[in-house]
Design a protein around this ligand. Structure first.
Ligand SMILES: *Cc1c(COP(=O)(O)O)cnc(C)c1O
Length: 386
């Protein structure tokens, strides 16, 4: 085994230099609860740079998903079509409303929901499509928007990984009826824990304010429209603290810089892995032609589970830490309790046993990428030959 003192983690959170000053500013202001000045300033960036019109900052993407599930009025017994290849938060949001998940297979080029399989799962109880933008690659918005419209379904996009990505010139977050962003420390823009619900339907905006404010019409008091507020609907505390919003603002302001660093990592990985892909040893992400990427992640799908195991084992010896990705929801303990068997989604099941997500963070481009590439190159040559 190779011995080394170098360690390449899977992720390392980026610290925006501007965050220190903003946090100080937030702390010295009177208002530290949600929806203050820093939330406004973050909202302006999302409005102006990314075209996200109605933005509700939340404590996490998980909370934004739960917020969205309330807003869409999901009822017990409603069916929601979502990929099995996603995080537990995506499915929990709808299960908490009593809705039933119908797990959909993916396309291996993007690891995103396969619209053809989604279409085959639609029946009279189907209420919603809930795709994700895996690795920051937008889901097939054209096909899914059409499918939703033709079948009168809500389109809710879990855009946890895709802030800054775009499809046909439009930013992720602006597609569908609603979308959820994550600002967790593992995402491109982060404030530790945080998220946002983007509401793209004008007729849902008023109610979103009420749900975000614990089911009250407090906003009407703040706007001077009435002098008392009270309980008018269901809701929860779906607000992001101003201190977190201060960190978020600094991160949003350096998104171009961190994306440029991230794109160097993508380029390096592409150069290393493409020759092996051409030889049929493995495959890499292939977003569509009019997609602009935020370079959130890079995945490699090995030809066999054995080769993935060798890759992971040997790289560990070099101190490099890739990540195996999701255990599919349909074959998890909870998924099985809904009657699913692993082979119900053959593509998801097979790919999940062969996929790896490579170490990926902005500072890797500045420090460690050469070592990371050298280690991977040696391991790949050992498995597949030159
Ligand atoms: C990260 C992630 C979440 C959860 O985000 P949090 O902000 O940690 O709650 C949900 N869905 C997907 C697809 C994610 O990648």
């Amino acid at each position: 085994m190779v011995r080394t003192h170098i360690r390449i983690p899977f992720n390392r959170a980026y610290v925006a230099a501007g965050a220190f000053g903003y946090v100080q500013e937030a702390l010295s202001q009177g208002c530290r609860a949600g929806n203050g000045e820093f939330a406004d300033r973050c909202r302006t960036v999302l409005n102006e740079r990314y075209g996200c019109k109605h933005v509700f900052f939340t404590p996490s993407c998980t909370a934004a998903l739960e917020f969205g599930a309330i807003l869409t009025d999901l009822q017990p017994g409603d069916e929601v079509i979502l990929p099995s290849y996603t995080f537990s938060s995506t499915v929990n949001a709808i299960v908490l409303r009593g809705a039933r998940p119908r797990f959909c297979d993916v396309r291996p080029e993007t690891m995103n929901m396969d619209p053809e399989h989604a279409a085959a799962l639609i029946n009279s109880r189907t209420r919603m499509l809930l795709p994700i933008d895996y690795a920051g690659i937008p889901c097939d918005v054209v096909a899914l928007t059409t499918l939703a419209r033709e079948n009168d379904l809500t389109l809710f996009i879990d855009a946890a990984q895709s802030i800054g990505s775009a499809s046909a010139g439009n930013s992720c977050g602006t597609f569908g009826d609603i979308a959820a962003f994550s600002f967790h420390e593992t995402k491109n823009v982060s404030c530790g824990e945080g998220g946002a619900l983007i509401v793209n339907r004008e007729d849902w905006v008023e109610r979103a304010h009420i749900i975000q404010e614990k089911g009250t019409d407090r906003r009407r008091v703040l706007m001077g429209l009435q002098d008392k507020y009270s309980w008018v609907d269901v809701g929860s505390s779906f607000l992001l603290s101003e201190v977190s919003a201060a960190i978020l603002l600094a991160q949003l302001e350096c998104l171009d810089e961190t994306t440029a660093l991230r794109s160097q990592v993508t380029e390096a990985y592409r150069a290393l892995y493409s020759p092996f892909e051409q030889r049929g040893c493995l495959s890499t992400p292939h977003p569509g032609p009019d997609v602009e990427l935020n370079h959130h992640a890079f995945f490699v799908i090995f030809n066999t589970a054995e080769n993935r195991a060798r890759f992971l084992g040997d790289l560990r010896g070099y101190g490099v830490s890739p990540y195996i990705g999701y255990i599919p929801l349909h074959s998890s303990v909870m998924g099985r309790s809904y009657g699913y068997e692993p082979n119900d989604l053959p593509i998801t099941q097979s790919v999940s046993e062969r996929i790896v997500r490579l170490p990926f963070y902005p500072d890797l481009a500045r420090d460690g990428l050469d070592y990371c590439m050298e280690s991977m190159s040696k391991v790949l040559e050992k498995i597949y030959g030159r």
